[in-house]
Each structure stands twice: as structure tokens, then as C-alpha cells.
Write a protein that binds this ligand. Structure first.
Ligand code: IVH
Length: 688
């Protein structure tokens, strides 16, 4: 190839590779394979190696630049980079509207554009003759920092606009164009990044915003390149030598046509009320956005009108930020307290200076486990970032290291249980620490709570306070002692507790409790196995264990291999079961239970002996409330007639037993064509 045609081939390649980049990163719609892309890029690189003087500033190879000096140069923005005034709620937004309408009557007939307010970092991008020449941070709004080399590494920032040749024929680009957008890290990418860092044993980041900000202010662009940064563009800050739209709505379409990434959530409305309604729907749907949004921006569509309205300080009157309720706040970590869970697991909890998050006062938050505290270097006295979102229990994200005074105290996990003061243990492969003392009052308390709960032995009347007293007085030392309680020991505990909250006389309480305890003795084997509180053994595995082994004698002799024969019992659960039965304290419990005659034999029978019934070989799923059967009652009915009950609907399900107010299982069953029965139908099928 002669030099001239090689040069034109090179120029062609620059355009082509940039277009594929755009399709891949911005549109998410590649038209060639990775291998084909690599081939083109390699060809381009080879030419550049032979002709370094040809290298174009918008060549895809120019994304990774050289390390900057020890600081960033300053850049004066061609026009002020403004901020936004906040509105909290619909009334605030209406008040903004009224204010501007009074200033200018044209506002009354104005249209509004609503866009997500991305919680990222404002960046300003300069294009000369369509080529990306400079990028800056917002700084103080007048002067920012030159982070061009870093921004070049962001794959969704076009190095040349319009990006595709198709676009070139329909949109024209001003000779000098300065746009503004918000750079950020998508939530999923952020989580992935933190997982990778944690795996590599490195410090994880607090939130996407801080990470994005930190990544863009790196002096080494190769570090920025390794961060999953992207951006959305929403404003033209300045233009010279060409026309640009004067409506915000058209401007977004225009920026998109040039090849910039632009939000697809934006909408235009004819009146303020519909704009507010749209904003509010996104408040509820904010988790559907790929990025963190701290609100929506309502903008007057007519940009000339908006500009004429002027500013208040740095806030333009022509737009307002409709803020979503905060989910993250900072507060002081006053103390770390450790509680003991049922399995003996030690759980560190943060005691916080009370703070409001989204209408709720938060004083406690979880710290997950001791590794988490160490990994995040969370110290008592730190200002910490706390998050409360949706149904999740509030948790501490991490410390705000920059405001440390030096008085914060590093935290050392306890070496003994905070309740019984026995040494704590750590199992290989687990992050948690455990109190393994079966007689630990804290554990005992939780064990009993679990033993008497609805899905277990279902003993009404053994509430937290009574149990606490019964442990205190020494009447209960393990769960089996529930069955040796006397009227006197109960009366002693009842009179000792806070009488004011009791409506019934102590004698009545004691009698009721004794009869509830007596009644529980006829609970079937699966209930008793659940009640024992073996780590990992819930109601479903308890049922399987009961039908496989038939009684506690057989179960207690099973080794890990026997146990793993059961579907759903993996090596961890098997080991936990073997371990539970090995412990002397638990053997003592079993002995006591046997002595009092609490030794149910499964009505289903040991493996191979399951009763032949009309339902043998059939698998059932139950959903909704049935007229006479309880949840457990229906399971027992099906099993005692030879059938099997599972939790979720699959192609293997033979029947769905349907009650009132069914859950999603109903839809699933219908979509899979599973046969549906009501309670009467089930009884008929079983032949009763
Ligand atoms: S418009 C005149 N639109 O929010 C233009 N800002 O709290 C004023 N932001 O400094 C900004 N998404 O960094 C605008 N769709 C969006 C935005 C947005 C995020 C940021 C921006 C601004 C801050 C104001």
C-alpha cells in the first residue's frame, strides 16, 4: 500500500473503531465480535507504530495517557458551572413554580423537562472542531481542574463528535462546544469492584460517588481507566460557531445524536403538576436506576426563558432539584456492643448518636461481623456513614476518615463471650466468632425463644421476660427443663417480673403455661427437630430428616455421609448436625427429653417405610390460607398419606394446593400448567 492510501486507511480505521466503541459502550449494541474489534484495533496500532507522527488526537489509542505531574492544572470555565436549589417534596416544587411564575408570566405556559439527578461528579468537556480537547472538574464553578487524561479513559466519552458517519450527515457541530455531564460508577459495577477489592484483601470503597470522585482525581490515568466510570451529559455550557437547540428537550436529543450518552429516563411535560407526578413515581422506583440518584431535576424547557429568569447566588431560577429522601447520613459511632445470637454467633452492633434517616430515628445499626469492622477500620468515636434503604436493617458503611481527631479508638473483638465470659471460637472458613458454651445464658435465652416459637414446639406464654427470670432463678438450665417446670417455679418468675404490664393473675398465667407445655409434648418429630435449633436445619430439612430417620435415636447415630444422602443436606449442614449430637450438653438434653416421654416417632416412618398412601409418589406445593388445615397440618396430612411437600413450584410439582390470598406460587403454577386443588380436592385425592 502506498503512503497515501495507508494514511487514508488509518483515518478510516480511527472513525470505524470509534464507532464500534460507541456502539459497544454507549448504545450497548455492538455489531461486530470482540475478535473482529481487536483485529481492527491491532491494524490501527500497527500503523501508528510505523507512523507515530500520524497519531490523531481522537485515535482510540489515545484514551490511556501518561501520568500527570504532581498536581492538576487549573482550567477557567467558559461560563459559570452552576448549581441547583433544592426542593423537598411536591409543595416545595410548587412553591418554586409559583415564585418563577410571578417573576415572568410566560412560565405559566412553559413546558418542563424532568431528568434524574445523578449523584456523581460534574465534569465539563471541551470539543474543538468536534475533537475532545479538554476535560475539567467543576471546582468552584469558575475554575476547575484539568483532568483531560483521566476523562479520556472513560469509554463513553466520545473522542470525536458526531461519533458515527450517519450522524455526521444530519447534525452539525459548532466549531467550539463545551458540554457538561455527570460522571459516575453504576451501582452494580461498584459492588463488583468492591467484591474484587475485598477478594484481593484490599480496602473497599464507601459508595459509588466517593469512588467516582477519587478515581477521576487520580494522577495516574491508568488507575482511572481501571475504574468502571461512565457519564450522562445534560447541558451545553458554551458554544461558538454553530447553532444549538434552545429547548432542553431538543438539546438532550441533539446531544444524543452527536453520540453523547444521555439519560433515557427524561421526559417533557406540558404543566408542572404532571412533572411533579413523574418525579414522585421515580422516588419509588429509584432502585431501578443503574446509578445512585439523589433526586430528579425539573427544568423549564425553554432555555432562553430559563436564562432570563437569572440566578439566586449560584442557583439558576429556571430549574430545581427535587430531592429524594436521604438514605445515607453521617453520625458519631458512640460504642460497639456485642450480642449473642441463637447459634452462639457474636454480632457486633453500632451504638450511634441518634440521627434521622428518611423519617426514622436510627440509634443502632449492624456492623455485620468483626472482619467487617477490621476491614473498614471502623473505630469507636469515628464519624460513620450509615445507610437505611428499603427493608434493609440500617448498617454502617464505613468511617469518614478525613474528620478523625486522633481520639478514636481501634476496636478489638472480645476474646470471651460478653454474657457468659467463656472463650469464643472461630470455625475455619467462616468470618463469624461463636460462643460455644451451650449453657451460656444469652444462648440459652435464644435457644428457648426458638424452641417455643410457632414453627417449633409452639408453646404460648413463654415470653422473653418470663424466660429471663426462669433462667435467673435457675429453674431452666436447658430447653428440656421447660418440661420439669412446676407451678411454684413459674409463679416465682411471674411475680418477679414487671407486674404492671400483666393483666392476668399469676396463678392463671402459670396454669395456662403448664397446659401449653403439656400440649406441646404431642408435637410431631419434625417440629422437635426444628426446635433443637441445629445450625442450618430449618423446617424443610427437619421434615426430610424426620421422614428419613424416623426418630431421634437413628438421627443421632447418623454420620455425615448418611446425612448427605438426603436431598438439600450438604456437607455444612451434615457437619452441623453431627456436631450438635456429639456435644455432651446436647446429649444431656436428649436424655432428659426421652425420660419425660418426649420422643416422637415420625408418622411418616424411616426411609423405605414411608406409608403407602393414595398420595405416594406425588409432590405438592401449598400456597394461601386453607379453610381448616394449618400450614403444618396440611404438610403432615400430605406426608402421612405418602405424598411429598416442597417449597417452590417447578416442573416436578404434581399439584398446587390453593388457599385464600395465594402468593406468587399460584402464578408460577399456572404458567407451568401444574394441576390445582383446593382443600376439599386434596382430601378427596387422598381418599378421606
Ligand atoms: S442541571 C444549570 N441536571 O446536581 C444547570 N444537574 O445539586 C444546573 N446533577 O451541580 C445543573 N444530574 O452536578 C443538572 N440532570 C442533571 C443533573 C445535575 C446531576 C448535579 C450537578 C449539579 C448538582 C446540583
Amino acid at each position: 500500500m502506498d503512503t497515501k492510501s495507508l494514511r487514508s486507511r488509518y483515518e478510516e480505521l480511527v472513525v470505524e473503531v470509534n464507532q464500534h466503541n460507541y456502539r459497544y459502550h454507549t448504545l450497548d449494541a455492538p455489531i461486530i465480535s470482540d475478535a473482529e474489534y481487536d483485529k481492527l484495533l491491532n491494524e490501527l496500532k500497527r500503523i501508528e507504530a510505523d507512523h507515530p507522527d500520524w497519531i490523531a488526537p481522537d485515535s482510540p489509542t489515545q484514551r490511556a495517557g501518561a501520568k500527570a505531574a504532581d498536581r492538576f492544572e487549573k482550567v477557567r470555565h467558559p461560563a459559570p458551572i452552576l448549581s441547583l436549589a433544592n426542593a423537598f417534596g411536591a409543595d416545595d416544587a410548587r412553591a418554586w413554580y409559583e415564585r418563577v411564575r410571578k417573576l415572568d408570566e410566560r412560565v405559566a405556559s412553559a413546558k418542563f423537562v424532568v431528568e434524574p439527578k445523578i449523584d456523581g461528579l460534574s465534569v465539563v468537556l471541551h470539543y474543538r472542531d468536534g475533537v475532545f480537547v479538554q476535560g475539567a472538574t467543576r471546582g468552584d464553578g469558575e475554575v476547575g481542574e484539568d483532568i483531560t487524561a483521566n476523562l479520556r479513559t472513560v469509554k463513553t466519552i466520545p473522542l470525536k463528535i458526531p461519533v458515527t458517519s450517519k450522524q455526521s450527515s444530519v447534525v452539525s457541530v459548532p466549531k467550539y462546544l463545551v458540554v457538561r455531564g455527570e460522571a459516575f460508577i453504576p451501582v452494580k459495577e461498584f459492588e463488583k469492584l468492591n467484591e474484587q477489592l475485598a477478594e484481593a484483601g484490599e480496602k473497599t470503597y464507601l459508595n459509588p460517588r466517593n469512588t467516582a470522585a477519587g478515581s477521576l482525581r487520580q494522577l495516574d490515568p491508568s488507575l482511572t481507566a481501571s475504574r468502571p466510570l461512565t457519564l450522562l451529559v445534560y447541558q451545553i455550557v458554551y458554544s461558538e460557531g454553530g447553532e444549538v437547540p434552545t429547548s432542553q428537550w431538543e438539546l438532550l436529543q441533539y446531544l444524543k445524536a452527536l453520540g453523547f450518552p444521555v439519560t433515557d429516563v427524561a421526559k417533557r411535560f406540558d404543566d408542572i403538576e404532571s412533572a411533579i407526578t413523574y418525579t414522585e413515581t421515580w422516588n419509588k422506583r429509584r432502585d431501578e436506576l443503574a446509578y445512585e440518584a439523589d433526586g430528579m431535576v425539573i427544568k423549564i424547557d425553554d432555555l432562553n426563558l430559563a436564562a432570563e429568569l437569572g440566578f439566586v447566588g449560584k442557583d439558576p431560577r429556571g430549574a430545581t432539584a427535587f430531592k429524594f429522601p436521604a438514605r445515607e447520613v453521617t453520625t458519631k459511632l458512640l460504642d460497639i456492643r456485642v450480642t449473642v445470637g441463637r447459634t452462639g454467633v457474636l454480632i457486633p452492633n453500632a451504638v450511634l448518636e441518634p440521627v434521622e434517616i428518611n423519617g426514622v430515628i436510627v440509634e443502632r445499626a449492624t456492623l455485620h461481623n468483626f472482619d467487617y469492622i477490621a476491614e473498614k477500620d471502623i473505630r469507636v468515636g469515628d464519624r460513620v456513614l450509615v445507610k437505611r434503604a428499603g427493608e434493609v436493617i440500617p448498617y454502617v458503611i464505613g468511617p469518614v476518615v478525613d474528620v478523625r481527631t486522633g481520639k478514636e479508638k481501634k476496636y478489638k473483638p472480645p476474646q470471651v463471650c460478653p454474657v457468659c465470659e467463656q472463650p469464643v471460637e472461630h470455625f475455619e472458613g467462616e468470618v463469624a466468632w461463636y460462643c460455644v458454651n451451650a449453657a451460656c445464658p444469652a444462648q440459652l435465652q435464644r435457644n428457648i425463644e426458638h424452641f417455643v416459637s410457632r414453627g417449633s414446639m409452639d408453646i404460648n406464654g413463654l415470653g422473653f421476660k418470663i424466660v429471663e427470670k426462669l433462667i435467673d432463678t435457675g429453674a431452666i438450665k436447658d430447653v428440656a427443663d421447660i418440661y420439669t417446670l412446676t407451678r411454684e417455679s413459674i409463679l416465682e418468675a411471674v411475680t418477679k417480673k414487671d407486674r404492671k404490664t400483666e393483666k392476668e393473675p399469676p396463678g392463671k398465667i402459670a396454669d395456662n403455661l403448664l397446659s401449653a407445655i403439656a400440649e406441646s409434648k404431642s408435637q410431631p418429630l419434625p417440629r422437635l427437630i426444628t426446635a433443637l435449633g441445629i445450625r442450618g436445619v430449618g423446617e424443610v430439612s427437619a421434615r426430610d430428616l424426620a421422614s428419613h430417620f424416623g426418630n431421634l435415636d437413628a438421627l443421632s447415630k447418623a454420620n455425615a455421609d448418611d446425612l448427605q444422602e438426603i436431598e438439600g443436606v450438604g456437607p455444612n449442614i451434615a457437619e452441623a448436625i453431627v456436631d450438635w449430637f456429639k456435644r455432651p450438653a446436647n446429649q444431656k438434653i436428649l436424655k432428659k427429653l426421652k425420660a419425660i416421654g418426649l420422643w416422637p416417632v415420625s408418622n411418616v416412618g424411616a426411609k423405605g417405610l414411608s406409608p403407602e398412601g393414595k398420595l405416594t409418589g406425588l409432590t405438592f406445593v401449598v400456597t394461601g390460607t386453607l379453610p381448616t388445615f394449618s400450614r403444618d397440618g396440611v404438610k403432615e396430612f400430605i406426608e402421612s398419606n405418602g405424598g411429598k411437600v416442597t417449597d417452590s413450584v417447578s416442573k416436578k410439582t404434581d399439584y398446587l394446593v390453593l388457599g385464600e390470598n395465594p402468593g406468587s406460587k399460584f402464578e408460577k403454577a399456572k404458567s407451568l400448567g401444574v394441576k390445582i386443588l383446593d382443600e376439599a380436592g386434596l382430601k378427596k385425592l387422598a381418599g378421606v
